[in-house]
Design a protein around this ligand. Structure first.
Ligand SMILES: [Zn+2]
Ligand SMILES: [Zn+2]
Length: 385
């Protein structure tokens, strides 16, 4: 039987390529051939720490694992029932279609699934490439593998025909940004929550931060301010979205960065601040960058870290702050993010975010590269950059 090559994380910072038998999906399952899995901040946390808790309370990683949840693929085999169950709109899915596979599987039975929009709160939530180990057959539950096994209950989204692989592989991360801004929206006339014409500060413009920069751009932000330590990343934010930039090397102290943002926002502070650094310790600074009555989207502090100190009186109460934690995205956001990227494709070159593509055998190097400051989105797979 044909073997599938898959890089397996078997200990912190240690990935080796292994081979697995090709599984055959049943009626409610599918098998996809991977074009690419984009490396996420989550992958970097898991790579470094191994068995850690992520996002939701029940999300504990157990090794060995095949990483990869931002998955672009071609359907190789799909069960008859799965073809109808896994699609959210249009005709049943067909073999040979290019698709994005949603990162998460929800139970649709718990309190949260029954009562809330999308799935970030499902009590029995599982996700590809981090929470589902590759210990048990059919093993292929992560997108760094050549092929991935798709379990019942997963949603699959068609990619618009003219969209490049490099743009399509950003869908999951763009869906996080869509879901986050979606929750920030209020009546735009009230100036509560996010409104088109707002000023937006993004703390950390790695891939997730860049997707938020581009989402803010697509949603009509008047001024986008990107803060990072990497000149490469800041230049990209400037080039793709006209962002103003603050480099940590030029403004090493928190007060200096707060002053700089105050200066750029006529002394008011940013309407909306988005945290995409992955460092919970940055949250107090984000609250200071935000205007009174502003909105703070916390998206990057995904893995547990040391406790951090904020002033509830000065930074939350006095500011009438709206703080929104974002642990994932509603599954509905995938199709909408794809539609938005498609409609902005002539003005925003999304594919510029993909800076590296590595084969399955080079997954270790791929993750290490993604942790460097001179990469943006790094992909494991066979697609072209
Ligand atoms: Zn991700
Ligand atoms: Zn549930």
């Amino acid at each position: 039987m044909e073997k599938v090559i898959a890089p397996v994380l078997y200990a912190p910072r240690k990935i080796r390529a292994e081979t697995f038998p090709t599984p055959s999906p049943g009626e409610r399952e599918a098998l996809v051939r991977m074009l690419g899995a984009a490396i996420c901040g989550t992958d970097k946390h898991v790579f470094q720490e191994g068995e850690i808790r992520l996002g939701l309370p029940g999300d504990v990683v157990s090794l060995p694992i095949i990483l990869g949840h931002e998955n672009l693929a071609v359907i190789e085999k799909i069960g008859k029932r799965a073809a109808g169950e896994m699609v959210t709109e249009g005709q049943p899915l067909e073999e040979g279609e290019r698709v994005v596979v949603s990162a998460d599987i929800v139970c649709r039975e718990c309190y949260y699934c029954k009562n809330f929009y999308g799935y970030p709160w499902c009590l029995n939530h599982r996700s590809y490439g981090d929470v589902i180990s590759c210990k048990d057959p059919p093993h292929l539950f992560g997108g760094y593998a050549e092929k991935m096994f798709v379990l019942p209950g997963t949603f699959i989204f068609r990619v618009p025909k003219r969209m490049s692989d490099a743009a399509a592989v950003l869908t999951e991360q763009m869906a996080v940004a869509y879901g986050a801004f979606g929750r920030a929206f209020q009546n735009p006339n009230s100036k509560e929550g996010y409104s088109p014409s707002d000023t937006v500060v993004v703390q950390g413009v790695g891939p997730l931060g860049m997707c938020n920069v581009l989402m803010a751009k697509m949603l009509g932000a008047s001024k986008i301010i990107a803060i990072d330590r990497s000149e490469f990343r800041l230049r990209l934010a400037k080039r793709l979205a006209g962002a103003r930039t603050i480099n940590l090397d030029d403004y090493p102290k928190q007060e200096e960065r707060v002053d700089a943002v105050m200066h750029m926002t006529d002394g008011i502070g940013a309407d909306t601040v988005v945290e995409c650094t992955g460092f919970p310790g940055i949250v107090p600074e984000g609250l200071d960058l935000m205007r009174n009555g502003g909105t703070y989207l916390v998206e990057g502090a995904y893995a547990e870290d040391k406790p951090t100190t904020i002033s509830p009186s000065r930074q939350i109460l006095a500011k009438n702050a709206r703080i929104i934690g974002v642990s994932g995205m509603p599954y509905q956001a995938y199709a909408r993010a794809l539609t938005m990227m498609d409609s902005f494709s002539s003005t925003i070159p999304f594919e510029k975010l993909v800076t590296h593509v590595f084969g399955q055998e080079e997954a270790q190097e791929a993750v290490e590269t993604s942790m460097g400051m001179d990469s943006m989105k790094v992909v494991v797979g066979r697609m072209k950059a």
